[in-house]
Design a protein around this ligand. Structure first.
Ligand code: ZN
Length: 145
């Protein structure tokens, strides 16, 4: 199995069995984002304790890439700090804007590295980034309350 099909498999697995799907009642910040070019919608809720991310949950409709990306994000950020989230976000944004030219750092990105191939398709980059941008806003919103 080559790397591309392995990556596709990871994305499909997350799409079929999304982690963190279903909004938690108890949360510190929330954001709703829409990707008009594809029709994806996602609501993200974060539960924080100081800078500690206790849990991130999501609910939405959309393509396999946007839904899988939310699932990966849940797994990557659970019980991490908001600082770690921002490091991951910077890495992921760089990867998504690389047009397929950057080799992802799996040590840092884990399953999010599987989206490397998506960066070759500008129309799909927004799908992959949608839940990440929603989570960024949810964390910022939590800080202001
Ligand atoms: Zn999409």
């Amino acid at each position: 199995m080559n790397l591309d099909s392995l990556y596709q498999e990871i994305i499909l697995d997350h799409y079929k069995k999304p982690l963190g799907s279903g909004l938690q009642d108890n949360f510190s910040g929330e954001a709703f984002h829409v990707n008009t070019s594809c029709g994806d919608e996602v609501t993200v809720r974060v539960l924080l304790d100081g800078n500690q991310i206790l849990n991130m949950t999501h609910e939405g409709v959309g393509c396999s890439i946007s839904r899988a990306s939310a699932s990966v994000l849940h797994a990557l950020t659970k019980e991490e700090t908001t600082e770690t989230f921002h490091v991951l976000l910077d890495n992921f944004v760089d990867l998504m804007h690389s047009q397929g030219k950057v080799v992802p750092d799996e040590e840092v990105l884990g399953d999010a590295a599987a989206f490397a191939g998506v960066s070759k398709y500008p129309a799909r980059v927004k799908c992959a980034l949608l839940p990440w941008m929603a989570m960024k806003d949810a964390i910022e919103g939590a800080g202001n309350e």
